[in-house]
Design a protein around this ligand. Structure first.
Ligand SMILES: Cc1cc2nc3c(=O)[nH]c(=O)nc-3n(C[C@H](O)[C@H](O)[C@H](O)COP(=O)(O)OP(=O)(O)OC[C@H]3O[C@@H](n4cnc5c(N)ncnc54)[C@H](O)[C@@H]3O)c2cc1C
Length: 310
């Protein structure tokens, strides 16, 4: 449902210069494509989000919570209702040493993974190796249990503060969340807004931690197209020995170009926006890949990238 003039007026009065109407989502996602967001809002604090959620619900307006936009493909007609971005104002990170071996980190959901990586390197903290080089926010990483073969968010999370779909604040302990490969139970229910998290890292030897980080980041740069417009691995790895990337490569699709989209030459599980691809063109290539892998290996690949909007 589109925004009514009255609701737009209310939003404008409430969020002033922190709201953008008909905002091109391509400016806010790593795929650099997709339609417009009806209203794109940077809330100043938690209380504003509660008010926004309650008013959206009352007026039957859908809302969408966006992180760094690095795991998203937004369709070409864009996102109806309100899109909420926490990156500008809900991005603080606080560290507390709570034992000689461990630190507790309170990270707001809009904080960048890269910021926490810098902190971990500065203080020689261990346990965050899996996240080195992953773009996006802490909130997005928690939602998708982001990670690599070195681990995942579930390994360091203690609890999260959320706002539910009715605008109620709750604390959710780790044991209440189901985690699996690139998945959390947050994805199965009506999506809550993750506001804040408590994470634990252990204290290591700063030089060792830095040396290790250098190697991990070097390996990522070698194996992944980190400077292209993309959203990371497009497909989840299926059960079995072969990764999605290996299957796509074996299907002869590495480097395949379709309209403005391409399968990366560097890593076959990355679909890239090579020249002003529309979201539909990226989806067309993803479907082609999916169908070809199914035909050859009888394996149904699942999207890891979240497809949103209309
Ligand atoms: C070059 C590149 C490399 C990548 N490598 C990896 C990798 O190695 N491992 C990996 O796991 N991922 C990887 N990714 C994908 C992506 O960076 C991660 O999944 C990241 O955690 C997504 O976070 P985000 O903030 O960008 O979320 P977004 O893309 O903005 O959103 C993703 C989903 O999370 C939800 N969400 C975001 N914030 C919140 C919140 N506060 N509360 C509730 N829901 C929220 C959104 O609604 C959406 O459904 C890569 C991406 C790129 C572009």
């Amino acid at each position: 449902m589109s925004l009514t003039p009255q609701y737009k007026k209310w939003l404008k009065a409430k969020f002033k210069n922190r709201i953008l109407f008909d905002e091109p989502i391509s400016l806010h996602t790593s795929f650099k494509t997709g339609g417009n967001a009806d209203a794109y809002i940077y809330p100043k604090n938690t209380q504003e989000i509660v008010v926004l959620i309650k008013s959206a619900k009352k007026n039957n307006i859908p809302f969408f919570i966006k992180g760094g936009g690095t795991n998203l493909l937004v369709k070409d007609k864009g996102i109806r209702g309100v899109t909420i971005d926490l990156q500008k104002h809900l991005n603080k990170i606080l560290i507390e040493k709570n034992s000689p071996q461990k630190v507790n980190i309170a990270a707001m959901a809009g904080a960048k993974i890269a910021t926490l990586t810098r902190i971990a390197l500065k203080y020689g903290l261990q346990g965050f190796e899996f996240a080195y080089g992953i773009p996006g926010t802490i909130g997005g990483a928690i939602y998708g249990n982001a990670g690599t073969k070195l681990g995942a968010v579930e390994n360091i999370l203690n609890n999260v503060d959320i706002i539910d779909q009715n605008g109620k604040m709750k604390k959710i302990e780790k044991k209440q969340i189901d985690f699996s490969y690139r998945k959390t139970s947050f994805q199965e229910h009506k999506q809550p807004i993750i506001i804040k998290s408590s994470l634990s890292l252990s204290i290591g030897e700063p030089n060792k931690v830095k040396k290790n980080a250098k190697q991990i980041i070097k390996d990522r740069k070698k194996n992944q197209p980190s400077t292209e417009y993309c959203a990371g691995c497009f497909f989840k790895n299926p059960a079995g020995k072969k990764s999605a990337g290996a299957l796509i490569e074996l299907a002869g699709l590495k480097g395949k170009i379709l309209q403005g989209a391409a399968v990366s030459e560097k890593h076959a599980n990355f679909i890239i926006n090579r020249s002003n691809a529309t979201a539909q063109q990226i989806l067309n290539l993803a479907e082609l890949v999916k169908n070809r892998v199914k035909e050859i290996f009888s394996i149904e690949l699942q999207f890891e990238v979240k497809i949103v909007g209309e």
